[in-house]
Design a protein around this ligand. Structure first.
Ligand code: NAD
Ligand code: K
Ligand code: MN
Length: 356
């Protein structure tokens, strides 16, 4: 029987609550006769590791992950450590170290979830946002000089390369082509950002010629937020820069009901390195350590992980179990207006996997 080696990095805050829940659900799926097993290795990296060792993960951390089939990640962010230290020291180190340049963020309204958009049925909102995950605004290029002086300057340069934009565009067009509507919206800000974003638009038009069956359009990122609210059904697959997609996908999650539901995959499409799956939310300082976190975002991320491994039947089974749980308001956590706890939702999903 095939055994998948999965690295688990709970990280900080509610990551420590939702990642064990994700492992439990994957274990239940394997035990219910999926035809494969999992060997989990957990890494205690994050804020606690930083307090003990002065860094978020060890220098040879990437080496420890390299041979894994996939990585399940919680969140990086600790109330006592600056956010840029935790993010750059752990999550971005892995995303950039393993060149996981495509960040895929699906959004749908799951059964039973009361989405805030009026006049919007689940059929009207079925998006995948493709986030460029290796450069752009989060390239790490920039600097700070004359700190504390009146002439202080600081820059974060949005750096885009032709190779980087071409590969994310090709990925997005291919993904759009694989979906029933074959529709791609290229998000841009080329009216104001007249260098990198103009190149982005040009490359989109070039790559589009390779995909004559994909319909595509362009939208400025600010207008795109309004379009997501006003005309959700006019969107299907979207591709946007690192920063733009980061913001659009939190909006997408909220429009579909809650940040606690939304999944993502940080993918190396060439499969040179392990890909990493995580809920899109962060450490949720306001609810951490109380067993209140919604684990659905992590479970849906596990579905994406299974699909990445080629286990499509198991992925569909887990998604079905998730949807049958969201359909029951008694199993909604606080973010969805319910009273259920992380453990209630987790055991309900496991129970449905056992008794299908
Ligand atoms: P957040 O996602 O942690 O929380 C935003 C709000 O959503 C909070 O009110 C929180 O309670 C709620 N929420 C989020 N996930 C939930 C869940 N599963 N169930 C129920 N409610 C949920 O965002 P933030 O407050 O901006 O950031 C907190 C920390 O997390 C910061 O340090 C930030 O840098 C970090 N962060 C990390 C990642 C990551 O590791 N990928 C992503 C986002 C934020
Ligand atoms: K996360
Ligand atoms: Mn984000």
């Amino acid at each position: 029987m095939k055994t998948y080696r999965i690295a688990c990095i709970p990280g900080d805050g509610i990551g420590k609550e939702v990642i064990p829940a994700g492992q439990e659900v994957l274990q239940a799926l394997a035990a219910a006769g999926a035809g494969f097993g999992f060997a989990f290795t957990s890494f205690g990296w994050g804020g606690d590791w930083y307090r003990a060792h002065g860094q978020m993960m060890p220098d040879d951390g990437l080496e420890a992950l390299r041979g894994m089939d996939a990585i399940l990640f919680g969140s990086a962010g600790d109330p006592q450590i600056p956010d840029h230290v935790t993010l750059w020291g752990l999550r971005l180190k892995i995303c950039q170290g393993f060149d996981q340049y495509a960040n895929v963020r699906p959004t749908r309204i799951l059964p039973g979830i009361d989405a805030p958009l009026k006049r919007c049925t689940p059929r009207d909102l079925d998006w995948v946002i493709v986030r460029e995950n290796s450069e752009g605004e989060y390239a790490g290029v920039g600097g700070r000089a004359h700190q504390g002086h009146p002439i202080e300057v600081a820059t974060d340069v949005s750096m885009m390369t032709r190779a980087g934009v071409e590969r994310i565009m090709r990925f997005a067009f291919r993904l759009a082509q694989s979906r029933p509507r074959k529709l791609l919206t290229v998000v841009t800000k080329s009216n104001a950002q007249r260098h990198a974003m103009v190149m982005w638009d040009q490359i989109a038009a070039e790559v589009a010629r390779e995909f004559p069956d994909v319909r595509w359009d362009k939208e400025l990122v600010d207008a795109c937020t309004a379009r997501m609210v006003n005309r959700p059904a006019s969107l299907d697959t979207l591709v946007a820069t690192n920063l733009h997609a980061d913001i659009l996908s939190d909006l997408a999650a909220a429009l579909a009901g809650s940040l606690g539901i939304a999944p993502t995959g940080n993918i190396d499409p060439e499969r040179r390195y392990p890909s990493m799956f995580e809920p899109i939310h962060g450490s949720a300082f306001d609810i951490m350590g109380q067993g209140l976190a919604n684990p659905i975002g992590t479970f849906w991320s596990c579905v994406m992980l299974l699909e990445h491994l080629g286990e499509h039947e198991a992925a569909a089974r887990l998604m079905q179990a998730i949807e049958s749980v969201t359909a029951d308001p008694a199993l909604h956590t606080g973010d969805l207006g319910g009273k259920a706890r992380t453990a209630d939702v987790t055991s309900a999903v496991c129970h449905r996997l056992k008794n299908r």
